[in-house]
Design a protein around this ligand. Structure first.
Ligand SMILES: [Zn+2]
Length: 495
């Protein structure tokens, strides 16, 4: 029976609770009932929350699908002047700057704000502005009769002073671990991912004790930032966890990456004496799907201590990772000419590959190769999976299986045709005087053809009749072929 790793109580339906290994607040999907009792799940909620706070900007801007709740809003700067609240949906509105000065004649009001181009926040801001105006007018003893007229006037002033800005400059800051609140969460994730994979808890008892102690210093001794070269995938935005135990190097560690930006390592055991293990989890947040992760690390204790010692600068690494992340947020216009050229070259490479003997395999190969091409192309890698499928389907209308067969036949079967023709003529040049005989001979040979491509053999066997008819037609009634035959007849002095 599974036990709570915090208190050891056996977990059953009465006391268990669903624990997200990567918090739901950053769209984590991996979860288990077998990790914590309800009481201790609750105890860790602040830790989970702290991790989410460190990552607010990324959750807000990417707005990944999550199991429950809404993604958070995020404060950003606008033109170095206003603070705006950006909702994960993309709508935003400013914290207004309001200045009121009483003057001899009346009052001076300055109202600075901004909002995204939707009527919802415009109305909220305008109502607020008019409410202030109304209060000022009433303070100054404005008569009811004039009040509405004045407010109408101010409403027009509000409308007329709205300026559109198509590319507003929005700025923001990120800081990780600003309140020493980052690493407990990474330690907890490492422990949970280990236990999630049903590995013996005896190897991580020490790490569990450190987590339970909430001792900042002890936690920092085994947790650190870690940005291994070319390890995490960059063709989309991922949450990744990688767990490795090496019995030779006697280390058990867990590396993790959130949004590809916040990358850390946890040393779970520095004197490991269990089996070699390697587990990973990788979730594509843009395409909302788990994917296989095959990259590997091979750290020894020295390398891990290098990260834990914190004697190196990783700021530049974080900047690089942020830039990769931000590229996925940019609104792009796809260059269809370019996409089309790339797809054409995919088709050509399929033509050069092994023969595909049925339509379904052809469609699958086509989709697979287009996906590979797009994912590895710097211009195109931002296209989401669901669009890749649409693109592939649309292109299959152009590069149909029929077209493929035609092109492939021209290429490969054309070679086989000419070989058969050449052999038949070489065996008996006099056959050139009787085209029907040549056709018979070629068809008989074709029926016996055995290439080293199994698919081609199958295709030839299955389409014997059509191919023979085509061949016969080509030999007996293709003008340019017959012209060539006449040339050869003269060459061989055949009449
Ligand atoms: Zn418990």
């Amino acid at each position: 029976m599974p036990k709570c790793f915090y208190c050891g109580v056996e977990l059953d339906k009465t006391n268990r609770s669903l624990e997200h290994i990567i918090p739901n607040g950053i769209a984590g999907k991996l979860s288990s009932y077998n990790l914590l009792c309800a009481k201790h799940n609750n105890k860790f909620s602040k830790i989970d929350n702290d991790l989410c706070l460190n990552l607010t900007l990324f959750t807000n801007t990417l707005n990944p699908k999550r199991e429950r709740g809404k993604n958070p809003k995020c404060k950003m700067g606008y033109n170095n002047e206003l603070i705006i609240n950006r909702l994960a949906s993309g709508e935003y509105y400013a914290d207004d700057k309001i200045l009121i000065k009483q003057t001899e004649k009346g009052a001076f009001l300055q109202f600075k704000t901004c909002f995204s181009s939707d009527d919802k926040y415009k109305k909220i801001k305008k109502d607020k502005f008019l409410e202030i105006c109304k209060n000022l007018l009433l303070q100054k003893g404005c008569q009811e009769a004039i009040l509405n007229k004045k407010l109408k006037e101010y409403s027009n002033i509000f409308e007329n002073s709205i300026k559109d800005e198509h590319n507003p400059i929005i700025n923001f800051n990120i800081s990780f671990n600003a309140k020493n609140n980052l690493f407990p969460a990474t330690l907890k994730i490492a422990i949970e991912f280990y236990l999630y994979n049903k590995l013996p808890s005896k190897h991580i008892n020490n790490a569990i004790e450190i987590l339970k102690s909430f001792d900042e210093k002890a936690i920092l001794n085994i947790c650190a930032y870690c940005y291994p070269e070319n390890f995490y995938k960059t063709d989309s935005v991922y949450h990744t966890i990688y767990l490795k135990a090496d019995s030779n190097k006697r280390v058990l560690y867990c590396c993790m990456s959130f949004y590809g930006v916040l990358n850390t390592i946890v040393l779970l055991n520095d004197n490991y004496n269990g089996d070699d293990i390697e587990y990973s989890y990788c979730y594509d947040l843009r395409n909302d799907t788990e994917i296989e992760f095959n990259n590997k690390l091979d750290f020894d204790i020295k390398m891990i201590e290098h990260f834990l010692d914190r004697n190196y600068s990783f700021n530049q690494k974080i900047v690089e990772c942020c830039n990769v992340f931000m590229q996925f947020l940019v609104k792009r216009e796809y260059k269809f000419d370019y996409l089309y050229t790339q797809i054409k070259s995919v088709y050509n490479s399929i033509l050069l590959g092994k023969f595909i003997s049925n339509e379904e395999n052809y469609a699958n190969t086509f989709y697979l190769q287009i996906t590979n091409m797009i994912k590895s192309d710097n211009e195109l890698k931002y296209i989401q999976n669901r669009f890749i499928k649409q693109i592939s389907d649309a292109c299959l209308e152009l590069y149909t299986y029929e077209q493929y067969l035609k092109d492939y036949k021209l290429d490969r079967i054309g070679h086989i045709f000419s070989k058969i023709l050449a052999i038949s003529i070489a065996e008996n040049p006099y056959i050139l005087t009787n085209m029907d005989l040549l056709a018979d001979k070629c068809c008989t040979t074709l029926n016996k053809v055995n290439t080293n491509d199994l698919c081609i053999n199958e295709y030839l066997a299955a389409n014997k009749e059509i191919i023979c008819n085509n061949l016969r037609e080509f030999i007996t009634s293709n003008n340019s072929f017959l012209q060539k035959i006449n040339y050869y007849k003269e060459l061989f002095l055949l009449k």
